[in-house]
Ligand binder design. Structure first.
Ligand code: CA
Length: 438
């Protein structure tokens, strides 16, 4: 975990909005995303968020005479191809971060040339940050796994493999959408107490508070990534809502796992915060004394020292009635990644590849629902309403066991630590729209 001049708390930018205390995107952050002018059909461009602006890397490449190594790193980005840059690995990420930090710093000689390459974020629309070839969903939230397990198996909530294997399954990449995209209520088969199932709109639509880990450099097929190098294959982190149909899943999931209950939509926040930006916000990976220690392929001194991410997560719900009344919404939960995640992102990479499976630049690993140990820290409606048995009463008197049409669910996340500038992950929002009936 290398800290350098790009992390200095007193570093300020000539982009004035990046120096405000409330911004999620100070010069210490510099996340990547894909944008275009709002309402246009222009090709997606890669940009870096700085304050309330986007630095357009297509324009930035030609606006400044960059050193040759920086110009060559900017080339794929200027062409709108974040995946090609991600493929170059952490060294490229570190080098470009240093150059962009310098160029955007107060007193930079490039200010005059780069100022016309800025676009207000409010004038843009965003898409998913990169082409996502494959999506794998893990289940690292041990409190979530325990609470949900209890609903089905009160005496034996955690299955015996949980503390040995980072549990995961292969998800669906084609239905991952960027924040703001409407979420159509899915239909499918459900089976209650009657003898035969019925088909119709899900009545138990839920969200899952997760992180998305984006893969940078890939690994060749057949070549596992050792734990000591696992983080070199991680590009960065975004917020991730893995929408779930809780009534479709119980009927379909045996013996091969969830299918339609999970494949209709997942929402990702548009800005990928790089592992470099997260360097000041790391903490130790620990195991309770009476839990099994990780097998050697999931263990390393660096992972024990600083494998966990120090990110605070929040879930907000705004119902249609709240929106109509001009009310901003209600915070449903706040949780800490380091309290929630039983496995680190590095361990997920090492586990995913131990079989020889090849990860590719832009692949997305979902963390699983990151609920903390307390009821106020739960990352799904399933947990908040105890499987639908205890509906929540919202401040305006409405109740919810699961999500209703018109509900807007928003995830937020940020990192803060004394001595460092606070950075944010932005927002990951989606509004539920009625099912399209057959
Ligand atoms: Ca999930």
């Amino acid at each position: 975990m290398t800290l350098d001049s790009t992390h200095q708390a007193d570093l300020r930018s000539w982009v004035v909005s990046a120096n405000t205390s409330e911004t999620e995107f100070p010069i210490q952050n510099l996340p990547f995303g894909r944008f275009r002018p709002a309402g246009s059909m222009a090709p997606w461009r890669v940009g870096v968020a700085i304050g309330d602006q986007v630095l357009d890397l297509h324009q930035a490449l030609s606006a400044v005479v960059w050193p040759a190594d920086i110009a060559s790193l900017l080339q794929p980005l200027a062409a709108g191809n974040l995946n090609a840059f991600m493929a170059l690995g952490r060294g490229a990420s570190r080098t470009l971060r240093a150059a962009l930090s310098k160029a955007l710093s107060q007193g930079s000689a490039q200010e005059t040339a780069l100022a016309p390459c800025l676009l207000p974020q409010t004038a843009t629309e965003m898409t998913v940050p990169c082409a996502i070839g494959d999506y794998t969903d893990f289940y690292t939230g041990i409190h979530h796994a325990t609470t949900v397990g209890k609903l089905f198996r009160p005496d034996n909530p955690l299955l015996p493999n949980y503390k040995w294997v980072p549990i995961g399954y292969h998800g669906r990449a084609s239905s991952i959408v960027a924040s703001g995209h409407p979420i159509r209520r899915p239909q499918g088969q459900t089976k209650g107490s009657a003898d035969t199932p019925t088909v119709g709109p899900s009545q138990r639509l839920d969200y899952e508070l997760e992180l998305a880990f984006f893969i940078g450099a890939g690994n060749p097929l057949g070549e596992p990534v050792p734990m000591a190098q696992a983080e070199e294959h991680l590009f960065g982190v975004a917020l991730f809502n893995d929408w779930s149909a809780r009534d479709i899943q119980p009927w379909e999931y045996q013996p091969l796992g969830p299918f339609l209950a999970k494949n209709f939509a997942s929402t990702v926040s548009p800005w990928v915060v790089t592992m470099e930006a997260l360097a000041p916000f790391r903490s130790a990976f620990t195991r309770p004394a009476d839990d099994p220690q990780p097998l050697p392929y999931l263990d390393s001194p660096a992972n024990r020292a600083s494998g966990q991410l120090d990110i605070t997560l929040q879930v907000w719900l705004q119902t249609a009635a709240m929106q109509a009344a001009g009310e901003p919404g209600v915070c449903l939960s706040t949780s800490l990644v380091r309290d929630a995640a039983y496995w680190t992102a590095g361990q997920l990479v090492a586990h995913h590849t131990i079989s020889g499976c090849n990860l590719q630049p832009g692949d997305l690993l979902g963390s699983g629902t990151l609920s903390g140990p307390l009821p106020t820290q739960t990352g799904s409606m399933l947990e908040l309403s105890m499987g639908g048995k205890q509906p929540l009463t919202l401040p305006n008197g409405e109740t919810r066991s699961f999500l209703a049409d018109g509900d807007t669910l928003t995830l937020r996340g940020w990192c803060e630590r004394p001595g460092f500038r606070r950075i944010g992950l932005g927002t990951c929002a989606g509004t539920v729209v009625p099912a399209r009936l057959l």
